[in-house]
Design a protein around this ligand. Sequence first.
Ligand SMILES: O=P(O)(O)OC[C@H]1O[C@H](OP(=O)(O)OP(=O)(O)O)[C@H](O)[C@@H]1O
Ligand SMILES: O=c1[nH]c(=O)c2nc[nH]c2[nH]1
Ligand SMILES: [Mg+2]
Length: 167
Amino acid sequence: MTNQLPHEKGFHVSWDQLHRDARALAWRLDGNGPADGGWRAVVAITRGGMAPAMIVARELDIRTVDTISIKSYNHQTQSKPQVIKSPDMDLIGDGTGVLVVDDLVDTGRTLEVVRQHMPKAHIATVYAKPQGRPQVDSFITEVSQDTWIFFPWDMALQYVEPYRGTD
Ligand SMILES: O=P(O)(O)OC[C@H]1O[C@H](OP(=O)(O)OP(=O)(O)O)[C@H](O)[C@@H]1O
Ligand SMILES: O=c1[nH]c(=O)c2nc[nH]c2[nH]1
Ligand SMILES: [Mg+2]
């Protein structure tokens, strides 16, 4: 069950918070692309990177958006990352001027695979855990390694008992 945490803590992110944090990431990246040409494409790491990548691409007015599909988790259990779909490598080249966006870096294993594919790309995540930080070039918020981040697409609004209970 996804709500029975092997992690000590949970960090629950609303759509509103994700939107703010992805925008903050875009603003941090603005103007930081290569001097000759700036950012020329965004690559979203599916699936979690798609919503942040859309927000970043919108803020930075980048119309060329591709995806790389890497699967490494089944719920909270990690396995060897597998590339299920690559981006158009004629477009990407060595990755210069390409912004790769994901929702978070945890162990960094997903991004290791991405770096092998696009060694010169700039890798940006909205959230980062300490173990994965060396793999990421830009991020917005760090959480501790024993925190599980819950994204808005994995949650729903539901009734919560009052703190003092009911009669
Ligand atoms: O740094 P790591 O330990 O490799 O973990 C981070 C990755 O794990 C999650 O993706 P997941 O494989 O669960 O697929 P999803 O994006 O389709 O949910 C998350 O979206 C990152 O892409
Ligand atoms: O939704 C998620 N939250 C996390 O903290 C995490 N770490 C790896 N993969 C993850 N997926
Ligand atoms: Mg992912």
